[in-house]
Design a protein around this ligand. Sequence first.
Ligand SMILES: NC(=O)c1ccc[n+]([C@@H]2O[C@H](COP(=O)([O-])OP(=O)(O)OC[C@H]3O[C@@H](n4cnc5c(N)ncnc54)[C@H](O)[C@@H]3O)[C@@H](O)[C@H]2O)c1
Ligand SMILES: CC(=O)N[C@@H]1[C@@H](OP(=O)(O)OP(=O)(O)OC[C@H]2O[C@@H](n3ccc(=O)[nH]c3=O)[C@H](O)[C@@H]2O)O[C@H](CO)[C@@H](O)[C@@H]1O
Length: 420
Amino acid sequence: MSFETISVIGLGYIGLPTAAAFASRQKNVIGVDVNTHAVETINRGAIHIVEPDLDKVVKQAVEGGFLRAVTKPEAADAFLIAVPTPFKGDHEPDLAFVEAAARSVAPVLKKGDLVILESTSPVGATEQMAAWLAEARPDLTFPQQAGEESDIDIAYCPERVLPGKVMIELIQNDRVIGGMTPKSSARASELYKIFLEGECVVTNSRTAEMCKLTENSFRDVNIAFANELSLICAEQGINVWELIALANRHPRVNILQPGPGVGGHCIAVDPWFIVSQNPQQARLIHTARLVNDGKPLWVMDKVKAALADCLAASGKRAAEVKIACFGLAFKPDIDDLRESPAMEIAHMIAEWHTGQTLLVEPNIAQLPKKLVGHAELASTEEALRQADVLVMLVDHKQFKAIAADSVKQQFIVDTKGVWR
Ligand SMILES: NC(=O)c1ccc[n+]([C@@H]2O[C@H](COP(=O)([O-])OP(=O)(O)OC[C@H]3O[C@@H](n4cnc5c(N)ncnc54)[C@H](O)[C@@H]3O)[C@@H](O)[C@H]2O)c1
Ligand SMILES: CC(=O)N[C@@H]1[C@@H](OP(=O)(O)OP(=O)(O)OC[C@H]2O[C@@H](n3ccc(=O)[nH]c3=O)[C@H](O)[C@@H]2O)O[C@H](CO)[C@@H](O)[C@@H]1O
């Protein structure tokens, strides 16, 4: 059966680009989100999130009549669920949004529909989603009971786009297709081929779930290795940036870069899903999480030590000393401050320091609410002119372009090796 109408549930960083990609291929797309602000914004042809080039595609899709947003699911031939999957309690996966989305779709399902879970999920979540759907629709059959013959096909197809490059990677990346049955995989592949230039690689739903978690855990473990090296090098008086550049000259060594910690919405979250389900086995993955999550406090200790050195050398009181933080975003050259270790460190400094804290973030125009009253935004030039202690937190291109001779300060904590 072909896909005349496609519905995407959850119109955030993943769902909206996906909906827009189908609409750009002239498919009739119904986007569903419980957030009325998102729905109204999209229906005006605008976007409520920041992602390069997404605005143009959404505008064209809405103006062309191919994309409309609603707050409650309507009938469609395929449903893609891209709602949040945060953790709760002691880092356990929280499937409440997936359950709510599945239960909201259940009443409009009809024989022949395809349901795809895209949200990053623990192993078994797709089978759980099928069970919720089956419970809500006893009049239909689902893969778990009916296998290939089921009325509804179900697959897990994770998303692996890089924030900042979503509109390119969404189309070009290979896609893992984890059908609950071979027929589900075949239909999901047919659906993505509407816009996908990459390959559809077929497996089962549990392997596809684990594949997504594996990709982000691999990166987390590798960043933890670099962060651990930075701690060791600080003890040994070795420049970690030089060390990594030298070690990477080996043909089979490729160490990532240390930093202030790991941020964003995926790498600091997804490995916990593996740890939570396999606490006995996932020792390395667990330790990597702890190493990366511990980095902001380690940086804070370095800032305290730099301030102490500055006070000793200058004879000033702490209240007379200005500390400047360079960067707040969770990674370079973006404006996303959510789950950012740089924000966490800037906040700790601003709350603890009795003198002025200056924040330089070229990608934002307003001080984040959390920091109002504790710190102030400054330009790179102002910060370099006024501050006594410099803390480099994000290697934005503007900071990498600062001329070495314009940095006169002696007291520097450089978490990104910009001023190595
Ligand atoms: N952002 C990324 O870079 C990225 C990359 C790969 C995978 N993922 C995964 O994709 C999933 C979605 O992430 P995101 O970044 O798009 O999240 P997001 O918060 O940007 O968007 C999720 C949207 O879902 C909506 N929503 C919540 N419950 C709903 C419901 N019951 N019905 C309809 N809409 C509902 C929210 O209002 C929100 O607009 C997560 O599992 C995430 O881990 C994210
Ligand atoms: C496996 C992978 O690549 N997954 C990507 C990742 O996207 P992301 O934007 O979250 O990933 P990163 O760019 O790695 O940043 C994460 C944090 O790590 C810090 N970092 C990075 C490199 C380094 O050498 N040293 C560091 O310290 C950086 O500053 C930032 O805080 O997850 C998405 C959602 O699942 C995926 O879709 C997307 O493919």
